[in-house]
Design a protein around this ligand. Structure first.
Ligand SMILES: *[C@@H]1O[C@H](CO)[C@@H](O)[C@H](O)[C@H]1NC(C)=O
Ligand SMILES: *[C@@H]1O[C@H](CO)[C@@H](O)[C@H](O)[C@H]1NC(C)=O
Ligand SMILES: *[C@@H]1O[C@H](CO)[C@@H](O)[C@H](O)[C@H]1NC(C)=O
Ligand SMILES: *[C@@H]1O[C@H](CO)[C@@H](O)[C@H](O)[C@H]1NC(C)=O
Ligand SMILES: *[C@@H]1O[C@H](CO)[C@@H](O)[C@H](O)[C@H]1NC(C)=O
Ligand SMILES: *[C@@H]1O[C@H](CO)[C@@H](O)[C@H](O)[C@H]1NC(C)=O
Ligand SMILES: *[C@@H]1O[C@H](CO)[C@@H](O)[C@H](O)[C@H]1NC(C)=O
Ligand SMILES: *[C@@H]1O[C@H](CO)[C@@H](O)[C@H](O)[C@H]1NC(C)=O
Ligand SMILES: *[C@@H]1O[C@H](CO)[C@@H](O)[C@H](O)[C@H]1NC(C)=O
Ligand SMILES: *[C@@H]1O[C@H](CO)[C@@H](O)[C@H](O)[C@H]1NC(C)=O
Ligand SMILES: *[C@@H]1O[C@H](CO)[C@@H](O)[C@H](O)[C@H]1NC(C)=O
Ligand SMILES: *[C@@H]1O[C@H](CO)[C@@H](O)[C@H](O)[C@H]1NC(C)=O
Length: 712
């Protein structure tokens, strides 16, 4: 009775609002994914039941009326899950705004929904590339099973909006297995290794995946066969480099996923033959009533025109979520490359598009990257949004091999939180830029990634890079690396990049598994880059490292608390100090001025400024300090400060306490007192990013400053 009254009321209101609409293309379209309410004509009184219907309507109306419609159409989604096949937005959909309907309208529909248990009211509409997994039956203890339709292969599961991991051996995520020996044959060594007897003693290996750690990447393999006579395993797909090539960085580490023998609380496995998911709960929820979703679509929303000259234009996406993008690896595909850039899947894919605004959007629970801005994109603004819990990284701009005439350009990544990446592919990065120009990455909080925080460039060395004017400004980048892979940075750059500026960022807690972990990393050929006003602290190795490059300017930065990781084993490589240039070249490597180095090493001596023999660099007006009286050393011959200065370096620089206002040991912010010797040399105070948090840990209370992760 109650429902009937409300329905009558609702329809009256809606009818009036409908009368007010006159144009052929409704300016407002409503989508409520319910067979009871939806399937109408898109009006409030009679909404569509799917987003695709709304898009189709706009397209066909524009064709019918022979207009490209000058007015904007707003598509209002009811705040619940909208399970979709890949949503294709093309140039037929210009000037649409996609958003969640207002609270007021949503509440009206709620009244009609009260009897429909299937409709969960959410904060925002969720465009989901997944599907609910239902029909769970109890197996034993906390183990439940469900069968999914063919051809699904379940490799991600989200229970009540939280990722549940695939089973892993070893079950402890900070532990690894180690194989016995690499294979010597150059081809075979990319397809297998010699295992330790017992490592693969499981009833079925047909759905198992072996993940092998290299240096800056991991590779993912299906198992082809075991040869017990000589303990050799062969995979169906290769790694990029021979397995075992990176001795120190890899330590023969691997783990195995998706074995049902390894079920522990809050994990699942999948048996492909019977299409059965097995889920072990922790006892706190009941799978028969919980919301359980698996990812299906490798691209959830595709905003792509087939032509660079006729791009999708003027499209707004705000106040919605995009979730449950899938990942997939072909059985013979090489699933291994730097930054996990072999991936083609992405939750939100944009190419050949201009003037697109994406704000207050959540992209989460994905198997791959969150957002990709590929060729032919310009004036895309991605702001005030969250990319969280991704299988790979956050945002990826540009591509390796795009023709220079259609590079991504003039795109902005502003004030977002980009966090908890690398759940499936740890080598992925927070924000990745390949060939592109005029890109602004500003005021983001980028944290809890397993490889680089921000990575810019795709060309090694001094060849033309097609990457320029990338502004990385005011970002707070922390808890990067997390002791898993090696050879990485908070901000990583490679290749010649005229106009690239790294300014005002705060980088904290960058840790590799074993070696090569730097705050700001200028790798092969990184040139013409300005590094200014950044604060870098808590890094396993140097705050700043230049492998090789030219014309870089390092000015007004604070480099504190570097090289914190004591190598645990005799013979391990020792961290390199505070700042370092590796390769000697026949040009000046960098100009280094008005920086503060605050070294906290307590021991015999420590490199404050390390270079290989014959490196040319310009340094002046810097402040160096160690509060514990440790002797700081300079240059290739590791000489004390006065000798270094006598040899013509660091004119005007001083060895003195920079007088920070806060407590360095508590990782307070690094502003300096008015009477700081650095201020006297022209150093200006740095700006604290709004999301910055004090304290030396990662905010989650995890002890990052530890070498306990580097073991074998
Ligand atoms: C559609 O409009 C364009 C110009 O706006 C016109 O040239 C064309 O003939 C129209 N097509 C039809 C089928 O009316
Ligand atoms: C995981 O392994 C590490 C290293 O062996 C150990 O310190 C930690 O306690 C283990 N965690 C659990 C939950 O067993
Ligand atoms: C590879 O070659 C080394 C040295 O010749 C040998 O000791 C090792 O046993 C070989 N490994 C395998 C897997 O054949
Ligand atoms: C592996 O399994 C085989 C056959 O079940 C058994 O003979 C062998 O002892 C096992 N090896 C290890 C190391 O557990
Ligand atoms: C192990 O046996 C396989 C199959 O006979 C062979 O292809 C491979 O070369 C052997 N590996 C070694 C290291 O002998
Ligand atoms: C799952 O099984 C189907 C056939 O039943 C097969 O085509 C597919 O390749 C299998 N998937 C994987 C990832 O092995
Ligand atoms: C691109 O898509 C538009 C609209 O869907 C279509 O009319 C056109 O033929 C397509 N062009 C190419 C080159 O495929
Ligand atoms: C973008 O447009 C170009 C042609 O202008 C086309 O080659 C390319 O495939 C388009 N990109 C996508 C993702 O469709
Ligand atoms: C992001 O994901 C992590 C891990 O799944 C979760 O703990 C955290 O609450 C999420 N952050 C936000 C802002 O939703
Ligand atoms: C460095 O700057 C000089 C002088 O402007 C220029 O000639 C040279 O090409 C630059 N080096 C690189 C690698 O861009
Ligand atoms: C500088 O070094 C590069 C390679 O290291 C070499 O190709 C080039 O000729 C050298 N230039 C000069 C002027 O020596
Ligand atoms: C730096 O900022 C702090 C806090 O605002 C202020 O107290 C201090 O005087 C400033 N230092 C200089 C050198 O301007």
């Amino acid at each position: 009775m109650k429902t009937t009254i409300h329905r009558f009321l609702l329809l009256s209101i809606l009818f009036i609002s409908k009368l007010c609409q006159s144009s052929a293309v409704h300016e407002d379209l409503y989508v409520v994914p319910s067979p009871v309410i939806g399937n109408g004509d898109g009006t409030l009184a009679s909404p569509y039941s799917s987003l695709q219907q709304a898009l189709q309507h706009v397209e066909s109306e524009r064709i019918r009326t022979n207009t490209t419609s000058l007015s904007r159409t707003t598509v209002h989604l009811y705040p619940t899950y909208h399970f979709v096949n890949t949503v294709h937005i093309t140039q037929a959909h210009n000037r649409i705004r996609l958003t969640t309907m207002t609270e007021e309208y949503a509440t009206l529909f709620d009244e009609l929904f009260t009897r429909e248990k299937s409709h969960q009211r959410l904060k925002q509409a969720v465009i989901s590339g997944g599907m609910p997994v239902t029909g769970w039956t109890h197996v034993s203890g906390n183990v439940y099973s469900a069968v999914v339709p063919s051809p699904l292969f379940v490799n991600q599961l989200f229970v009540n909006n939280q990722r549940i991991v695939r089973t892993r051996i070893p079950t402890n995520f900070s532990e690894y297995l180690q194989y016995a020996a690499p294979l010597n044959d150059s081809i075979q060594s990319r397809y297998g290794f010699q295992y330790v007897p017992g490592q693969f003693n499981y009833t079925s290996l047909s759905d198992a995946m072996v993940i092998i750690y290299h240096s800056w990447t991991e590779s993912h393999h299906y198992i082809d066969r075991l040869i017990p006579s000589n303990n050799t395993i062969f995979f169906t797909n290769p790694s990029q480099y021979p397995i075992g090539e990176f001795t120190q960085q890899a330590q023969r580490r691997f783990h195995i996923e998706n074995l049902c023998e390894a079920l522990v609380a809050n994990s699942f496995c999948f048996v492909n033959e019977t299409k059965t998911v097995f889920l072990m709960t922790d006892g706190s929820y009941d799978p028969t009533t919980a919301q359980i979703i698996t990812s299906v679509q490798e691209i959830v929303v595709s905003l792509v025109s087939n032509s660079t000259t006729d791009p999708v234009r003027d499209f707004i996406v705000d106040n919605i979520a995009i979730q449950h993008g899938a990942w997939h690896i072909g059985r013979t595909e090489q699933a291994n490359s730097a930054s996990a850039a072999f991936l083609t899947s992405v939750a939100f894919f944009i190419a050949n598009a201009t003037s697109i605004t994406i704000s207050n959007v959540e992209i989460s629970h994905t198997g791959s990257y969150g957002l990709r801005l590929r060729e032919g994109t310009s004036n895309i603004v991605f702001m005030n949004s969250l990319i969280n819990d991704t299988g790979a990284g956050g945002v990826w701009v540009g591509d390796w091999a795009t023709s220079p005439s259609i590079l991504a350009n003039s795109n902005k990544i502003l004030s977002n939180e980009i966090s908890y990446g690398g759940n499936v592919f740890p080598s992925a990065v927070g924000v990745l830029v390949f060939r592109a120009y005029d890109i602004i990455i500003a005021d983001n909080s980028i944290h809890h990634h397993r490889y680089n925080g921000v990575s810019v460039g795709s060309q090694n060395g001094y060849d033309e890079s097609f990457t320029w004017k990338i502004l990385i400004i005011g970002n707070y980048i922390y808890t990067i690396g997390q002791h898993i892979l090696c050879d990485q940075g908070g901000i990583y750059t490679i290749g010649i990049q005229p106009g690239t500026i790294i300014h005002g960022n705060v980088i904290k807690n960058v840790y590799s598994y074993a070696v090569y972990m730097w705050g700001i990393y200028l790798d092969d050929g990184a040139s013409n880059i300005l590094v200014s006003n950044n604060v870098v602290y808590n890094t396993g190795w140097s705050s700043l490292f230049q492998h090789y490059g030219a014309n870089n300017t390092i000015v007004n930065n604070v480099f504190a608390r570097a090289s914190l990781i004591e190598p645990p084993h005799p013979g391990d490589a020792f961290p390199d100090g505070d700042v370092r240039i590796q390769l000697a070249e026949n040009h000046t490597s960098w100009t280094y001025t008005r920086n503060i180095v605050y070294d906290v090493y307590q021991g015999a001596n420590h490199s404050a400024y390390k270079t290989d023999p014959h490196v040319t660099s310009i340094s002046n007006n810097n402040v160096y300090f160690n509060p514990y009286g440790t002797l700081l050393l300079f240059g290739p011959d590791k000489v004390p400060f006065d000798e270094w200065q006598k040899a013509g370096h660091d004119n005007g620089s001083v060895m003195a306490d920079p007088l920070f206002l806060g407590d360095v040991n508590q990782c307070d912010f690094f502003t300096v007192k008015p009477n700081s010797p650095a201020a006297e040399l022209g150093f200006v105070n740095l700006t604290k990013p709004s999301q910055w948090s004090p304290g030396c840990d990662d905010g989650g209370g995890e002890a990052q400053i530890s070498n306990q992760f580097y073991r074998w």
